[in-house]
Design a protein around this ligand. Sequence first.
Ligand SMILES: Nc1ncnc2c1ncn2[C@@H]1O[C@H](COP(=O)(O)OP(=O)(O)OP(=O)(O)O)[C@@H](O)[C@H]1O
Length: 528
Amino acid sequence: MGHQAAEMYRCPVQAPKLEQNEFSAVESEHDDQNETWTTHTPPKLSTQQFCSVGDMSMLPTPLVYTPMSPHRSVKSPVDLRFASTTSPPSARSKKNYGSLNSPVAESFNRSHVLEDKHRILSEYAPHSAVAAATANTLSQRITSLSGVDRNLETVEETRVATTNLSHTPESLSPLTDELLTTWLIKEPSQPLRLQKIRQIGVGNFSDVYLYESPEFDNNELDVGAKFAVKHVKYPDALVLSSSPKSPRFRELLSRVESSLIRELDVLSSISHPCITNLIAINNLAFISSSRPLSNANPTAGDNLPPCDMVLSYCAGGDLFEMASQNVLPDWLLRRIFAELTLAVKYLHENLIVHRDLKLENVLIKYPFDTLIELQGRDDHDGAARLERLHIVELADFGLCRRIASDEMCTTRCGSEDYVSPEILMGVPYDGRLSDTWAMGVILYALLEGRLPFDPLPTAVPGKRQRRSSTAHRISRYEWRWIKMAESHSPAKQIVENCVNRKNSRWDIQKIFESDFVSSELASIKQLN
Ligand SMILES: Nc1ncnc2c1ncn2[C@@H]1O[C@H](COP(=O)(O)OP(=O)(O)OP(=O)(O)O)[C@@H](O)[C@H]1O
């Protein structure tokens, strides 16, 4: 069902519509059912036009990032984010890429993130527009241009109280909120009972917790002892709605449903050591039914069945955290990128596009210190063990999509800093090439310690480079080497061939064959 479903709900915000005259050259027809798109005249956006398109108020781009280190206990940024719906946040509570992989990594903390002066929304749009936009735009992800999907609803997301949604198979209700009964994907009759340990992550669409299995002496399960449980947060408009029969409610419900089903459909059908493993789920209807939410026949939003996905646990957190807090040695950087390449290659070979590749979605199986310790051992054992391990797991398939081999996507989705120019432009795009663009952005970020389309460190506040939006810079391919300017690293070749025009952009096979990746993969053959 996955790829035919209407585009997903990860557009909980109605994309601020572009003025039609901005796209007056575009005469396009969109078949929402099949996500096909006919563009009669390709849009010709001059820089100036794109400038206005590129305002943050106009782009349905990530405005909020809500990281939570597994190793820290901090107030949930979601709480901060939704502290007041009447006074929208003035800053993008987003990870501060400025400190990525830098000597000032210790400055990476929540307050720093929230006070990121370089990324305040008001830089991108006039205050009134900011207020209007942010009031309804509390999503990290995105949605569409007018014309791509005209029927998106405006939704404010709010943290969903887990307790309101506790719902498990009746036969095996948990004893307390801290216990969860789930069912193995590969052996659906087999329960996996889990105990909550602590929260390890917050996304815009989920809260992620560490659980462990008290019954882990059952080796037959062969699923490990610790798990990450991704608890889906339904949009507020579904949870709190008093009119669940309204077309608006139904449409949003259907979009949420397709998104969830698509993620689960893909996760349960793929298997790769470098991709997060969906081990179990709290309610098998999410796997077996194409309408697990609609069939629950919600008479009020809070009757929606909760969705808890049990995933393989990555103790090293996400790549953003690792790269922010540590200077990645070359060997580790190369290894991580090579494994990421394997993951994306596997997806593309199976005609799946991820569409949300970013540092935060690359999870690391082992803590940084463990990896360094293994690598640094004098004996051969450490190095041999390192070769046998896989280090990376690609996560978050909420925007993924199955495609036909020649199919173009039309939904504008992704995360702002990683999104390709063709997605920004709203023209049909090859999801595989947008994925390799994002891989180039990731590699650049790891090499340079900053994102390619952030204002240059030397940019003066108030001056053009600082003022222009990320989208604007992306549309102009406006990036350059700074730290690596004099370097001859073969990694640069990948970035230069991925963060470029789509007609000459490398596909995943080219990345795989590049010197940087292929030489690394030769040493970890068993992961190929
Ligand atoms: N398997 C895992 N092991 C360890 N941490 C995890 C795992 N899965 C997710 N996390 C943590 O939780 C965070 C949010 O997870 P994820 O990105 O899947 O949620 P989301 O709601 O889809 O997020 P987004 O805001 O990117 O859409 C991740 O960035 C990561 O830090």
